[in-house]
Design a protein around this ligand. Structure first.
Ligand SMILES: NC(=O)c1ccc[n+]([C@@H]2O[C@H](COP(=O)([O-])OP(=O)(O)OC[C@H]3O[C@@H](n4cnc5c(N)ncnc54)[C@H](OP(=O)(O)O)[C@@H]3O)[C@@H](O)[C@H]2O)c1
Length: 248
């Protein structure tokens, strides 16, 4: 009997880690649906990824878009097997200068949007399905200027832990991937140039930042049958960045 083709939904799949993850799952034989806010960027990514990748315009900040996304998935695919909650922004600034607008934007995309996207898509998940949240080493790092961003990612870690227990009876595994710095467009969007990248690399025991494909491979593994007993984990993938610098 031939195995039924599996389906993965990747939010924010037109760039960086999400795009590399789409490539990884295509390589693993999945049908891939990516989302994003920018129709031209989604179209270009789908074109580059090739069949059977598809795209859908949905702002993770908008509950209305999330409901449209759920409806589309229901009619187009029926059920899904893997959900990668990857869409996110990296916006930083001193605590005293943090406005309510910045606070709402970061929390609404990185946490509230992640929360309700998962809630809306949960009824569409097959038994034995897997959910992965893209967290960040900032969740625990205490990096100055990252108060809101770090809190949004700490909230993601907490959500992943809670859902790992709440969804276990449905046979759904839930994990968080916790990258350190990864060379993607998010760094330029945050105003960080080559100097900042080199500075970060200097603070990483393995001496470099990650490339997106390394994060994608972990997403591929953690959602596979080879990881069938892993749930509720927050897995660092950071070249040792999270290890305390005074530890040795
Ligand atoms: N790169 C790093 O150093 C690093 C480290 C730790 C964690 N992460 C996390 O990894 C995830 C992916 O980041 P990346 O580095 O790959 O950045 P990226 O290249 O900027 O990709 C971010 C993706 O999220 C999408 N996105 C942003 N806001 C969205 C929204 N409201 N609705 C739908 N899509 C949205 C973007 O698409 P549009 O802007 O076109 O909508 C883009 O596809 C993020 O959650 C990030 O926090 C990254």
């Amino acid at each position: 009997m031939t195995k039924k083709q599996q389906t993965v939904v990747i939010t924010g799949g037109n760039s960086g880690i999400g795009y590399a993850t789409a490539e990884e799952f295509l390589g693993r034989g999945y049908r891939v649906l990516i989302t994003g806010r920018n129709p031209a960027a989604i179209q270009e990514a789908v074109h580059q990824l090739g069949f059977p990748a598809e795209g859908f315009m949905a702002d993770q900040r908008s509950l209305e878009d999330t409901q449209r996304l759920a409806e589309y998935i229901r009619s187009r695919y029926g059920k899904i097997d893997v959900l990668i909650i990857n869409a996110g922004v990296g916006k930083f600034g001193p605590f005293e200068a943090t406005t309510e607008e910045l606070f709402d934007e970061v929390m609404d995309i990185n946490f509230k949007g992640a929360f309700f996207t998962t809630q809306q898509l949960l009824p569409l998940m097959n038994e034995g399905a897997s959910i992965v949240f893209l967290s960040s080493s900032n969740a625990e790092g205490g990096m100055p200027g990252a108060a809101v961003h770090s809190a949004s990612k700490a909230a993601i870690n907490s959500l992943a832990r809670t859902l790992s227990r709440e969804l276990a009876p449905k046979g759904i595994r839930v994990n968080a991937i916790v990258p350190g710095p990864v060379d993607t467009p998010i760094l330029q969007k945050a105003g960080l140039g080559e100097d900042a990248l080199a500075h970060m690399a200097g603070r990483i025991p393995l001496g470099r930042v990650a490339v997106p494909a390394e994060i994608a491979k972990l997403a591929g593994f953690i959602t596979s049958q080879d990881a069938a007993f892993i749930t509720g984990a927050a897995i660092n993938i950071d070249g040792g960045f999270a290890v305390h610098p005074l530890a040795g």
